[in-house]
Design a protein around this ligand. Structure first.
Ligand code: CTP
Length: 404
């Protein structure tokens, strides 16, 4: 599930093009992302793909007939047109584009488009000749002027065997456009947020590592929440067993030094940096090049050296080159003892705007966390135990406040 799509009602219009088979992927993804997805098909579309395919994928009946009434005698497409958060037509044929441009309402999809106040997105699919035809281009121009958004077709192989512009955009690109529309009014629209997640790993030899119990869940919840608020999100992560929040730019790291390099690069131009990662503070001085064999010795002594303090370096950049540093920096502190004193010390040493203090061992890997938020001005909020998703929302509320 993805917060941005949850509780959204999307009408997916499918019209008569061979690209209709890709609409099945779209319907499936939208449903998985949590959107209530209702497919409206034209008669021509049914020659290419069966309504049952969409009903199975979306768990909703498909709208096919403009004159049909619903179970309670309501006019289904009217109710849906009014309830919809978006109408996405993919594929949109030249014929449907022409109908919309001229205000026809003689099929169920055209009727919905005429009636709805929701944003309309089109992903055209047609032969190059039809695409380039002045009639189509004029129709598209008219629609754009009315606020309809067009996801440009690509150049490439067409069903006729010819090659040219007219291939429908790929489902991933269409979903990005949908996400963009939903995110544009969010409280973090236009802002760049960098989040780190997970414990780093330091090699002892090619098969063994030093690491910690950080699961990465807090960082992922923060990335998800920032995306839902419309931010551009870079998620720098050392874990690979959590689902990637849809729309995040992922950077994968292993060691603390990888993380350091990636944070210093990604934070340029960022508005908010949230260091939810648990970087290993030490690494083996010289990792063995081959697997260490136990026969070699009865005991083994590893010499560890200190890793860089990433937030310490961020603080230096903020002090000397603030144009290249995030405006708001938030850290975490997981402590076994003297939670508030230790966390406040880190807040000051690392020149943070806020630190989220979590008691150990309750924190790692668990879905419920206890946290105290500490801010620069000695402001302190002791929160009740809650889910990492709820905590992410509170942290970002504070971050937004700090941005102002
Ligand atoms: N952090 C960091 N670089 C490190 C270690 C930690 O930037 N090498 C960040 C963490 O991501 C976290 C904050 O600093 O946001 C506090 O991490 P923590 O491990 O609690 O602090 P340390 O400075 O490592 O202090 P100590 O381990 O002595 O408690």
């Amino acid at each position: 599930m993805m917060k941005l799509f949850q509780d959204k009602t999307i009408v997916l219009g499918v019209t008569g093009s061979i690209a209709a088979y890709k609409a099945a992927t779209l319907a499936s993804r939208l449903h998985q992302l949590g959107a209530q997805t209702y497919v409206a098909m034209t008669d021509a579309a049914e020659h290419f793909i069966a309504p049952l395919t969409f009903e199975t994928l979306t768990h909703h009946p498909v709208l096919r007939d403009v004159l049909a009434l619903g179970a309670n005698s309501e006019i289904e497409h009217v109710a849906l047109a009014q309830r919809a958060d978006m109408v996405l037509i993919a594929p949109a044929t030249a014929n449907t584009i022409a109908k919309l441009a001229h205000g026809f309402a003689n099929d169920v999809l055209a009727a919905i488009c005429l009636d709805t106040r929701a944003p309309i997105l089109l992903a055209p699919a047609m032969e190059t000749g039809m695409w380039e035809n002045a009639a189509t281009q004029e129709n598209l121009e008219k629609l754009k002027q009315r606020g309809v958004m067009v996801i440009e077709p690509q150049a490439g192989h067409l069903a006729s065997g010819a090659s040219g512009k007219g291939r429908m955009a790929e489902p991933s690109e269409i979903l990005d456009a949908v996400r963009h529309v939903f995110a544009r009014n969010g409280s973090l629209a236009g802002k760049r947020v960098v989040v780190t997640a997970g414990g780093t790993r330091e090699a002892i030899d090619p098969v063994r590592v030093i690491s910690n119990h950080s699961s990465g869940k807090m960082g992922y919840a923060l990335a998800e929440e920032a995306l839902a608020r419309g931010a551009t999100v870079a998620l720098i992560t050392s874990v690979d067993d959590l689902p990637v929040p849809y729309g995040a730019n992922i950077a994968r790291v292993v060691s603390t030094r990888d993380l350091r390099e990636t944070v210093l690069r990604e934070m340029r131009g960022a508005d908010i940096l949230i260091m939810a990662a648990a970087p290993a503070d030490f690494r083996p001085l010289s990792p063995a090049e081959q697997k260490i064999k136990k026969e070699a010795a009865e005991d083994l002594t590893l010499t560890l050296v200190r890793n860089p303090d990433i937030l310490g370096e961020v603080a230096q950049v903020r002090a000397t080159d603030s144009a290249n540093a995030p405006r708001v920096v938030i850290g975490f502190a997981a402590e076994t003892n003297d939670l508030v004193e230790n966390a406040r010390g880190k807040l000051e040493r690392k020149n943070l705007d806020m630190i989220v203090a979590n008691p150990v061992p309750q924190t790692f890997g668990s879905d419920i966390v206890k946290a105290t938020l500490l801010l620069k001005n000695h402001y302190e909020v002791d929160l009740e135990p809650m889910s990492k998703e709820d905590l992410a929302a509170i942290i970002l509320n504070q971050a937004e406040h700090l941005l102002k």
